[in-house]
Design a protein around this ligand. Structure first.
Ligand code: GLN
Length: 483
């Protein structure tokens, strides 16, 4: 089987039918990475030796006919803000250039228990702040569909690696769209689970009330498999919820009669003039195809959507400014300033943080400390929290009428390098459709529109809390349609 055709599902079938071994496939993928990586730049570090050992471990179980998990031997790409014991975890920042993780993130523990293979750590915007992977301190990642264009961000490396067949699937994190937007730009499936479904223990925090780990896969079926493996309550993450232990087999094998019974809402606030015509056309096409499954559509309203972006750019930087306070050059971070003749502790902090953080991170730390400062707290932070509650309430109201909400994932297709780097506001706008789901903690998935020409376009399905089954189910039946 060619690696281009591999999904998690097909990998498992081939492996358990003994058509190939995990080691053979892992080797083949590393050969492919060797060829492709100079042009794509998806990885910050590779994990070749250990990956071969992990593959062999899966092969031994198969050879002994022991039962294995669906992910056994499957080569995965992991965003570089998740900790794998002993491996570098830079979060795309110079600040953590020499840092090595001293424990496994909970998602990694779960994947190790399932005998998955870790190919390496993927490139990302610094501390996950960005929409193009251009704020990485290390390298550019190119969109496999057009090398002149960005892969999206911040999880651009994971998205590009799956799109370029340099991994069968991958993990990313999504605070405002960092899984769904790059999935849309690269033509793969990206799932951001319900807030609290997947443990954030061992994820380098950006904005803790919004961050959620999720998946990059070639199909919605694979997203269901990978998500089910990483979901679950975790005593190391107080925000992971008991519902996270209750996901059942309906994720993997949705019934057509259940899916047909769903009603999909189309929010008028999301189908606006600013959407690029090819995006609007492609999403229209996906809607027609989903209708052909027998699913009903309904127009809905989410009136507070217009506040989501500005609210996000208050709440997120506020949390960023406190989460990133720990990178002081002593506990974490770059110690290069230590040798210098510094007069005070604050000078040491200043030296380290000026040197270790890039421009976008600094912008957000400054913005965050400002909105939290006394005198401005009520005007900005407290007000944004109130608006966040209204955004959530919009969804509660809408979900009385519909089961799932469909929108474009982004207003544009992948843009060119440099196009938005000097214009933060236009960069921020690329998450206008993805941010509301983070604000409300809802599960959302980006699925590539099938059969459209040109650059990939994703459409987004937003579900009710804990109803990943609905969005994954529609995705799986949509994928089975023939064009
Ligand atoms: N692009 C958004 C931002 O820059 C979202 C980032 C994310 O989801 N990590 O904040």
């Amino acid at each position: 089987m060619h690696i281009r055709d591999l999904t998690i599902k097909k990998f498992n079938e081939g492996l358990t039918n003994k058509e190939f071994t995990a080691l053979e496939m892992t080797k083949e993928i590393f050969d492919h990475i060797e060829n492709k990586e100079p042009e794509i730049g998806a990885f910050i570090s590779l994990n070749k030796e250990e990956a071969f050992l992990q593959a062999e471990k899966a092969d031994i179980k198969i050879a002994k006919d022991e039962p294995v998990e669906l992910l056994a031997g499957v080569p995965l790409a992991i965003k570089d803000n998740m900790l794998i014991d002993g491996l570098p975890a830079t979060a795309g920042s110079k600040m953590l250039e020499n840092y090595k993780a001293s424990y496994d993130a909970t998602v990694i523990k779960k994947l190790k228990a399932a005998d998955a293979v870790f190919l390496g750590k993927t490139n990302m915007d610094e501390f996950a702040m960005g929409s193009s992977t251009e704020t990485s301190a290390f390298k550019l990642t190119r969109n496999p569909h057009d090398l002149e264009r960005v892969p999206g961000g911040s999880s651009g490396g994971s998205a590009a690696s799956v799109a370029a067949n340099m991994a069968v699937a991958g993990l990313g994190s999504d605070t405002g769209g960092s899984i769904r937007q790059p999935a849309g730009f690269c033509g793969v499936v990206g799932l951001k689970p319900t807030y609290g479904a997947v443990s954030r223990h061992g994820l380098i925090a950006m904005a803790s009330s919004l961050d959620q780990i999720g998946t990059f896969t070639k199909t919605a079926e694979d997203a269901a498999i990978l998500f089910k493996t990483i979901a679950g309550r975790d005593k190391f993450d107080a925000t992971s919820a008991p519902e996270a232990d209750k996901y059942g087999d309906e994720l993997l094998a949705p019934k057509l009669e259940d899916i047909k019974g769903l009603t999909v809402g189309l929010p008028e606030e999301y189908f606006i003039d600013g959407i690029e015509p090819p995006v609007a056309k492609a999403v229209e096409r996906a809607i027609e195809h989903i209708k052909s499954l027998g699913i009903k559509f309904k127009k809905i309203k989410l009136p507070h959507t217009k506040y989501a972006l500005s609210c996000y750019y208050i709440i997120m930087p506020a949390e960023v400014s406190s989460n990133l306070a720990r990178f002081d050059g002593i506990r974490y971070g770059d110690v290069s300033a230590v040798d210098k003749k510094l007069k005070s502790l604050s000078e040491l902090y200043k030296e380290n943080r000026s040197h270790g953080f890039g421009a976008e991170v600094k912008r957000r730390v400054i913005l965050g400390t400002f909105v939290l400062s006394s005198g401005y707290y009520d005007a900005y932070y407290a007000k944004a929290q109130k608006a966040r509650a209204l955004i959530k309430k919009d969804f509660d109201e809408a979900f009385k009428d519909v089961d799932v909400i469909l929108t474009p994932t982004s207003p544009t297709t992948a843009f060119k390098f440099g196009e938005k780097m000097n214009d933060p506001l236009s960069m921020y706008l690329s998450d206008i459709f993805t941010i509301p789901a983070n604000m409300a903690g809802l599960p959302a998935i980006s699925i590539p529109v099938k059969g459209s020409e040109g650059l990939p376009v994703g459409f987004q399905l937003i579900g009710k809390h804990w109803r990943e089954a609905d969005i994954l189910g529609i995705g799986q039946y949509y994928e089975r349609l023939h064009y």
